[in-house]
Design a protein around this ligand. Structure first.
Ligand code: ZN
Length: 407
């Protein structure tokens, strides 16, 4: 291991013997007490030295023999440490492709904030390359969403849509003006390819999702605003039957929608949503029948900024799921619909409980087993033992003998 204090977190001295890592409440931590020599030693943890060399440097600086190991261990326990040589053979292979790594450097730094163990960030980033996802819908939201996932390093992003690109499909980050008139599927495929940091993996390479069993995730981003507002449960039946997780996203009449992320048999689905609506509003089926029978109408309201916000939010939730970060409290769209209406753009959540009569079976699952359930919080990584050094989240609840930083 070549320890590196996570460079994504800015460092600052709160006082003569307390170091703060990070600026924001989500990730800021403090380390105390830190003497001057240890503070200087922290600068050596920049990923250029292995443990052997670090031990020698520590002794040279007059620090106790086991100081380097103790400090590295504590920083690792607090989630402040990364390994510049971590990530196994795939991490090594990525570092040998500097142009690709440079493209993904901000994404890697971002992953380092949520990956608690040294080497996890690069491991998660390289794992994306082996993933296969599908985006259904290549309008303003779907095309941008597909491009974002591709740019984030997802190895295969398959976009499905029919018809030809219309002038109103064009959006920054999505389909370009030059694609108007082209088949949507062709234009979206090129968009995904151009957005990727590198060529997709060769066919036949080992991939747990690369067979007919399906995709790691399917994103449903329909251009039809009725399908956004009221997703047809029938469309998702094959996904539920195959156990394929799927996430809804789109814009309907100036309201952006992200979610729910459906984990088949675990969290609520489009069928659950539909059943709750019918129970709450007996006229819902009548309205739905009218909306469905009058499909031909003017271009749907889909503000370009709102479409970008929805695509970005949905991509973030999708990546959090694909990266396996649900145990850290995200993505917060499983069983939840995020909605933001113009002009206020205030995101609010609408919880969708599993419906007891929905054949998806999510209602039969004990609530405590759901992903992201309380008790799986990232906070546990900040635990520390009785030592002269303490290291804790800046926004964690104060404990006897420790103090919290107000950031
Ligand atoms: Zn259901």
């Amino acid at each position: 291991m070549h320890p590196r204090v996570k460079p994504a977190l800015r460092r600052g001295w709160r006082d003569l013997n307390t170091v703060q890592f990070g600026m924001t409440p989500a990730h800021a931590m403090t380390l105390a007490p830190v003497d001057t020599a240890t503070g200087t030693f922290l600068d050596l943890l920049n990923g250029t030295r292995g443990m052997e060399l670090l031990r020698e440097e520590a002794v040279r600086m007059g620090l106790p023999e086991d100081h380097a190991d103790g400090l590295v261990e504590r920083l690792a326990e607090a989630g402040l440490l990364d390994d510049a040589t971590g990530g196994g053979p795939e991490g090594e292979a990525l570092r040998e492709r500097p142009r690709v790594l440079d493209r993904l450097r901000p994404d890697l730094a971002s992953l380092s904030l949520t990956a608690p163990t040294p080497g996890d960030a690069v491991r998660r980033l390289t794992a994306r390359r082996r993933l296969r996802v599908q985006v259904r819908g290549a309008g303003r939201v779907g095309a941008a969403l597909a491009a974002l996932l591709s740019a984030a390093g997802v190895g295969e992003v398959d976009v499905r849509d029919g018809g030809c690109v219309q002038p109103w499909d064009v959006a920054p980050g999505g389909l370009p003006p030059a694609s108007v008139g082209e088949r949507r599927s062709d234009a979206a495929r090129r968009l995904v390819r151009d957005a990727a940091p590198e060529r997709p993996p060769r066919r036949g390479s080992p991939c747990p999702f690369r067979d007919d069993a399906g995709f790691a995730l399917v994103l449903l981003a329909p251009r039809d605003d009725l399908a956004v507002h009221s997703p047809d449960p029938q469309d998702a039946e094959p996904l539920l039957a195959a156990g394929i997780p799927h996430l809804y996203a789109g814009v309907v009449e100036g309201t952006g929608v992200v979610g729910p992320l459906v984990l088949p048999g675990e969290t609520s689905c489009a069928g659950c949503l539909h059943r709750w609506r019918v129970e709450r509003d007996p006229t819902w089926p009548r309205l739905l029948a009218q909306w469905r029978s009058r499909r031909t109408r003017a271009v749907a309201a889909c503000d370009v900024a709102l479409a970008a916000a929805v695509a970005g939010t949905a991509a973030g939730h999708a990546l959090a799921f694909l990266d396996g970060l649900s145990a850290a409290g995200s993505p917060h769209s499983a069983g939840v619909r995020w909605e933001a209406a113009l002009p206020a753009l205030r995101w609010r959540t609408r919880d969708i409980a599993p419906h007891p009569h929905c054949p998806c079976g999510a209602a039969e699952r004990p609530e405590a087993e759901l992903s992201g359930a309380p008790g799986q919080s990232q906070d546990t990584m900040a635990e520390h033992g009785p030592s002269t050094e303490s290291c804790h989240r800046a926004n964690a609840a104060p404990r006897p003998g420790t103090w919290r930083a107000h950031v």
